[in-house]
Design a protein around this ligand. Structure first.
Ligand code: HEM
Length: 124
């Protein structure tokens, strides 16, 4: 079980993303980033899950379904400072903590999310 995808599978990654957006809808510190998204998260959930399935070591289907994406560039139009980055990571931490990932895989995944989220920051 060397990759997060091996531990979660498609279903598990999709459940993680659903939980992530559920948490984003309830945490007060995430209200600002929730408001950056559409009211209806169905398309975004599908996009993020499809992206993460590939990113976590599973099949790479994002490009064929949605086109090429460069994650930092996809965030350039948003106002993302340290508080917004940390709120995103806090929602993901909650979802990861409730997932089927092993404790050491949780730490590895959160480390990678931390680096990626930092690259999405658009201001100090
Ligand atoms: C740093 C904090 C972050 C914030 C505030 C944020 C917020 C957003 C928002 C508002 C959107 C657009 C939603 C829409 O079109 O309805 C988006 C798109 C997306 N985000 Fe993030 N995001 C963050 C970090 C991340 C990270 C770390 C990843 C990947 C590990 C990620 C992956 C994606 C993907 C795949 C899309 C879809 C891109 C597209 O439509 O072209 N985001 N994000």
């Amino acid at each position: 079980m060397n990759t997060p995808y091996e531990q979660l599978g498609d279903e598990g990654v999709r459940a993680l993303v659903d939980r992530f957006y559920e948490v984003m809808g309830t945490r007060p510190d995430a209200a600002v980033i929730r408001a950056m998204h559409e009211d209806d998260l169905a398309v975004m959930s599908d996009k993020l899950a499809t992206f993460l399935i590939g990113w976590m070591g599973g099949p790479q289907r994002y490009n064929e379904r949605f086109g090429r994406v460069v994650i930092p560039a996809a965030h350039q139009r948003f106002d993302i400072g340290p508080a917004e980055r940390d709120a995103w990571l806090a929602c993901m931490q909650d979802a990861v903590d409730e997932s089927a990932l092993s404790p050491d895989m949780r730490a590895r995944v959160m480390d990678s999310f931390g680096k990626m989220a930092e690259m999405c920051r658009t201001r100090d």
